[in-house]
Design a protein around this ligand. Structure first.
Ligand code: TYD
Length: 250
C-alpha cells in the first residue's frame, strides 16, 4: 500500500477506498476479487485488479482529454489510483448500444439488436433492495438527485458513450454497454467516479463479436483474465505498457 494511504473508508465487491492525509483525495485499490449474479458467484483472479486499474486509468485519461471531468488524478502503483474524493450518488447509470444481458431477458429485444439512440437506464445502488431499476419520478421521490442533476447525468453519459465508443472502435472493440457511477465534488459539480473496466462494460471484438469482459465469468468459462489482458494490450500505447511493465505482469 502506498505511503500516503491512511484509513480504509469502504470495501466494495472489487475495490477498497482509502482516506489520505488530504481530505480532497482518496486512494482506490483495485482488488482481484470478481463477483456476478448479485453477489451469488465469486472468485479471486490473479492480476485482474491490475488490469482493471490500467484500463480504467486509460479510459479516464481519454475522457479527460475530451473535457469530461472524472475523479481520476493518477495511477500510483499498478493497482492503486489516486482520485478526487466525491460524495457518491447511489445510482448505477447504465448505457446500452446493443441489446444483450438483462435487457433481452426482461424485454422482447432480439439479442444483438442495435440500439440507436442508446438506452440509458438508472438502477438504485442498494444491496438490500437488489439494485431495482428506477425512473425519474422515483429518483425525485427518493430525493436521490434533482431533475437538473439527472438531466446533466444523462447528457454527460451520452457524451462519454460517444467518446469511448469512438476510441474503443479505433482499437477494434465494440462498446456494447456499460455502467457508470457519479458523485459530487466539494463545489457540487457532477463528476464521473468509480471505474470503467471489463467488470463494468461489455466489450466485443468488432469483427468476430467475441467478448472481452465479465460475461466470460458470468458464463462460467475460463480465460477471464486473459481477455482483460487483451483489452490492456489493445488500448494502451507502447509507452504506457513500458511505464507499467505490462510485459512482466504474469
Ligand atoms: P446488464 O445487462 O443489466 O447486466 P447483467 O446481464 O449482468 O444483469 O448490464 C449492462 C451493463 O452494465 C454491463 O456492461 C454490466 C454493467 N453493470 C454493472 O457493471 N453493474 C451492475 O450492477 C449492473 C446491473 C450492470
Amino acid at each position: 500500500m502506498s505511503q500516503i494511504a491512511k484509513e480504509l473508508l469502504y470495501t466494495g465487491k472489487a475495490k477498497d477506498v482509502y482516506k489520505t492525509d488530504n481530505d480532497d483525495e482518496y486512494i482506490i485499490k483495485f482488488r482481484d476479487d470478481i463477483t456476478a449474479l448479485d453477489g451469488g458467484k465469486k472468485d479471486t483472479l490473479s492480476k485482474k485488479g491490475v488490469y482493471n486499474a490500467l484500463i480504467s486509468t486509460k479510459l479516464f485519461e481519454v475522457l479527460e482529454a475530451e473535457g469530461i471531468k472524472t475523479q481520476y488524478i493518477e495511477l500510483l502503483s499498478p493497482d492503486e489510483m489516486l482520485t478526487m474524493s466525491l460524495d457518491m450518488i447511489p445510482l448505477e447509470v447504465i448505457c446500452r448500444n446493443i441489446a444483450t444481458g438483462s435487457l433481452v431477458k426482461k424485454y422482447p429485444f432480439p439479442e444483438k439488436k442495435e440500439l440507436n439512440p442508446p438506452i440509458i437506464q438508472f438502477d438504485y445502488k442498494n444491496d438490500e433492495y437488489h439494485d431495482p431499476m428506477l425512473n425519474d419520478s422515483i429518483i425525485l421521490a427518493l430525493d436521490i438527485v434533482s431533475q437538473d442533476a439527472l438531466d446533466e447525468i444523462r447528457q454527460i453519459t451520452l457524451k462519454i458513450n460517444r467518446v469511448l465508443s469512438d476510441f474503443l472502435k479505433s482499437k477494434g472493440l465494440l462498446l456494447v454497454d456499460f455502467k457508470l457511477e457519479y458523485g459530487f465534488d466539494k463545489d457540487g459539480n457532477i463528476i464521473l467516479g468509480d471505474e470503467i473496466s471489463p467488470d463494468t462494460t461489455r466489450l466485443w471484438d468488432v469483427d468476430t463479436l467475441e467478448n472481452f469482459d465479465k460475461d466470460i465469468f458470468r458464463k462460467g468459462e475460463d480465460g477471464v483474465v486473459d481477455a482483460y489482458r487483451k483489452v490492456v494490450d489493445l488500448i494502451l500505447t507502447d509507452d504506457e505498457k513500458d511505464k507499467w511493465n505490462v510485459k512482466d505482469i504474469e
